[in-house]
Design a protein around this ligand. Structure first.
Ligand code: 5GP
Length: 181
């Protein structure tokens, strides 16, 4: 497919993403044998990853959705995480896997992990498609990581800039001229 005019590089192609997502699904299946797992999708960035991932998990899983906000229309976190949509059921006693698109500062996941632990989940793990360790401001680590990437702003495969580009099939680096405007 032709490179979108607003991106400067493809980091991971659709094919590379599919292969890695299948590996993550297989790893989760092995690690939770005989257990039930609640897969929590963080809206909206993780939605495409989540839909692909759950179909590679051969376990008794349930689905739920949560949304937070800290970026607005910016490429940097405001530093303050707000819950904009809560889960639809209690999670007490459940194994929870939070499915995230990307870990940057780690503030979002620190907030969610604390929230779920305070609600007495049996276990809370993090599965993130991407990890940007250079941006970290907390001690949060992912338990399942698709790819570790440099400190660039990426879009595609569910990730947006000002709600655009989520439908690009590849993970791409957004041209800095777009957000400098
Ligand atoms: P954190 O709280 O770890 O700083 O950021 C987590 C959230 O910030 C992600 O779920 C994602 O929505 C957003 N984010 C962080 N880095 C990027 C990026 O490179 N591209 C996009 N599109 N979103 C990002």
């Amino acid at each position: 497919m032709k490179l979108h005019q607003d991106v400067c590089e493809v980091l991971y192609t659709e094919k590379q993403l599919q292969q890695r997502v299948a590996e993550l699904g297989a790893q989760i299946t092995r690690d939770y044998q005989g257990e039930e797992v609640l897969m929590v999708c963080t809206l909206r960035g993780a939605c495409i990853f989540y839909c692909d991932l759950i179909r590679h998990i051969d376990l008794d899983i349930k689905l739920d959705f949560i949304a937070t906000s800290s970026y607005g229309n910016d490429t940097k976190s405001s530093g303050e995480v707000r819950l904009t949509k809560d889960l639809s059921s209690p999670i007490s006693g459940k194994n929870v896997i939070i499915v995230e698109d990307i870990i940057d500062s780690g503030l979002t996941l620190k907030y969610l992990k604390r929230l779920f632990e305070a609600r007495d989940a049996k276990s809370v793990r993090i599965c993130s498609l991407l990890d940007k360790p250079e941006g970290r401001q907390t001690d949060i680590e992912g338990d399942y990581i698709g790819f570790t990437i440099p400190n660039a702003f990426v879009v595609g495969y569910g990730l947006d800039y000002a709600e655009r580009y989520r439908n690009l099939p590849d993970v791409c680096v957004l041209d800095p001229r777009i957000y400098a405007k």
